[in-house]
Ligand binder design. Structure first.
Ligand SMILES: CSCCC(=O)C(=O)COP(=O)(O)O
Ligand SMILES: [Mg+2]
Length: 228
């Protein structure tokens, strides 16, 4: 029986269009000014140096770092320092009421029902943990953060890497087969499955012909009995 559920965000609990048409443009428009204004803050300074390391240019100027960050946004690169900076910028958007996050109604209902049933809930997203807490804290359905027992981001590894899911299994301290991972991307589910975790694919549009995972279009259809 499933004792814990780990969910992806984009395309799983939330419409991809909210992430790509609201969140990403909001951060893109503001990232240059934000980085210039906060470059001397200790936390941002560390992140900018992480960007320089990832660029393999330890002496890159602030303008070069900003240009790289804009490139990463345009290619939807899941780079940990970019994700942290985006989260800091989104905080202003949520707090100022510029937007609320989108959550599918069936996802909200499913998460609430599982929480009530005593199933532990976690998030694993490429967005930073701070950004995940904002997304579930400032949603159109209200503050859902009390439902969650924990959050994981790319600090534990990329979502298509088996090692990231092995870390989640260790952190949750449950047998892998008692954990269910939900995602819209079959490559992420492949990696979770290789770590022994149960999987279910959320398909909000057309079925995925390249996936061997259970596919459902709504949280209501997710089965909590382990696959044989
Ligand atoms: C935490 S909300 C923003 C999500 C995000 O930045 C992203 O890149 C989507 O990643 P996911 O792993 O949820 O598909
Ligand atoms: Mg996703």
């Amino acid at each position: 029986m499933i004792k814990a559920i780990v969910t992806d965000i984009e395309g799983t609990t939330s419409d991809i269009r909210f992430v790509h048409q609201v969140l990403f443009p909001y951060a893109r428009e503001r990232i240059a000014d934000f980085v210039r204004a906060t470059a001397q803050d200790a936390e941002v300074m560390v992140l900018l140096n992480d960007v320089r390391t990832e660029m393999d240019q330890p002496k890159a100027s602030l303008d070069e770092v900003i240009a790289e960050l804009l490139r990463w946004i345009d290619e939807d690169r899941k780079a940990t320092p970019l994700k942290a900076l985006q989260g800091m910028i989104w905080r202003h958007g949520y707090v100022n009421g510029d937007f609320k996050s989108h959550l599918y109604e069936d996802a909200v209902n499913g998460l609430q029902a599982w929480h009530q049933a005593g199933i532990r809930l976690y998030v694993y997203s490429s967005g930073s943990v701070a950004a995940q807490k904002l997304l579930f804290g400032y949603s159109e359905a209200g503050d859902l953060t009390p439902l969650f027992s924990g959050y994981f981001d790319t600090k534990i590894g990329a979502k298509r890497e088996v090692a990231a899911y092995q870390t989640i299994v260790r952190e949750l301290a449950l047998p892998a087969e008692q954990i269910l991972f939900l995602s819209d991307i079959h490559q992420e589910l492949d990696a979770a499955e290789a770590a022994g975790i149960q999987t279910c694919q959320l398909i909000r549009g057309e079925p995925d012909p390249d996936s061997h995972h259970r596919q459902v279009s709504r949280f209501d259809d997710i089965s909590l009995t382990a696959k044989e």
